[in-house]
Design a binder for this molecule. Structure first.
Ligand code: F6P
Length: 322
């Protein structure tokens, strides 16, 4: 193995730059060349690339976003697009591909691996934390911290005005961000897709809990089956008009910002680990970290496997929120 291609794909996540840096510097350490592919799988289809050496990744470990930019590629969904991508890789003499991204991106990586037979390895990176085979994905911790800080600020104003806030956080179909930030932000309730909760129960909990409380915060996962925070707030208001309700949708704020220590270290370990796995002939899956050890999980399992929700957090939330 002599030459790697590296790309970031899907929703960007804080720590992607730290992972790029780690892959490039590990490759340098082992004497491998690195081609950075711009704009995710779109850049692979179009052949948009730049060579990356150790100095090209200076001063990026602390930066959010991705130096290589990212995209959700339509072109790569077609067989024609994928054939063009493989042709570019072969013409450039590339023998392995590292894909830094989440669920959709690793599906692309799996297809590339299956159709071309090339050495492809994924690095688990998405704020959603919705890949199996890793305790945490790169970006998740930073997104949780960002959401928690926002909730802290909202608590200040909620308390001043004795209001009930519904705060919507990202996470696609998973409630990992919602659950963690609800616990960390001292929320009164969390609505997540992993649990069946109805509006009457929310009203009951808030009404009972409101006794003696100046403010309440409900964290809503964007993927919750009851709808978004605005829809839920409206239905609560119809049942409990006494609440002075406000809604805050945190949105893409959660995707930016300087990565936390946890994300920088995770990205550094996974980046070096990916290069070392490739050198040892281990690929065909997504690299993650489980109980402090690097684990390579076959693509199909990492993508479709259901990582258990942190059910204990859901259980302890009402104990803490009295
Ligand atoms: O997968 C990351 C994520 O931020 C999800 O939490 C969210 O549902 C989605 O991406 C938003 O995608 P976009 O940036 O394309 O609007």
């Amino acid at each position: 193995m002599k030459h790697l291609a590296l790309l970031t794909s899907g929703g960007d996540a804080p720590g992607m730059n730290a992972a790029i840096r780690a892959v490039v510097r590990a490759a340098h350490h082992y004497g491998l060349a690195v081609t950075g592919v711009l704009d995710g799988f779109d850049g692979l289809v179009e052949g948009r690339t730049r060579a990356l050496g150790p100095r090209d990744v200076s001063n990026i470990i602390q930066r959010g976003g991705t130096l290589l930019r990212s995209a959700r590629s339509e072109a790569f969904r077609t067989r024609e697009g994928r054939d063009r991508a493989v042709a570019h890789l072969r013409a450039a003499g590339i023998d392995a591909v590292v894909v830094i991204g989440g669920n959709g991106s690793q599906t692309g990586a799996m297809t590339l691996h299956a159709e071309s037979g090339m050495a492809v390895i994924g690095i688990a990176s998405t704020i959603d934390n919705d890949l199996a085979g890793t305790d945490r994905t790169i970006g998740f911790d930073t997104a949780c911290n960002t959401a928690m800080e926002a909730i802290d600020r909202l608590r200040d104003t909620a308390s001043s005005h004795e209001r009930l806030f519904f705060v919507e956080v990202m996470g696609r179909d998973a409630g990992f961000i919602a659950l963690r930030t609800a616990i960390a932000g001292g929320a009164e309730y969390a609505m997540v897709p992993e649990a069946r909760q109805d509006i009457d129960e929310v009203v009951r909990v808030l009404t009972q809990g409101a006794a003696g409380k100046g403010s309440s915060i409900v964290v809503v996962a964007e993927g919750d089956e009851q709808g978004g925070a605005f829809a839920i707030a409206q239905r609560v208001k119809e049942r409990a008009p006494q609440f002075d309700i406000r809604v805050s949708v945190l949105g893409h704020l959660q995707r930016g910002g300087s990565p936390t220590v946890a994300d920088r270290v995770l990205a550094s370990r996974l980046g070096v680990g990916a290069v070392e796995h490739l050198r040892e002939g281990r690929w065909g899956g997504v690299l993650g970290e489980v109980s402090g050890r690097l684990v390579l999980t076959p693509f199909a399992e990492a993508i479709t496997g259901r990582k258990p929700a942190e059910g204990d957090l859901l259980r302890i939330l009402p104990i803490l929120a009295v």
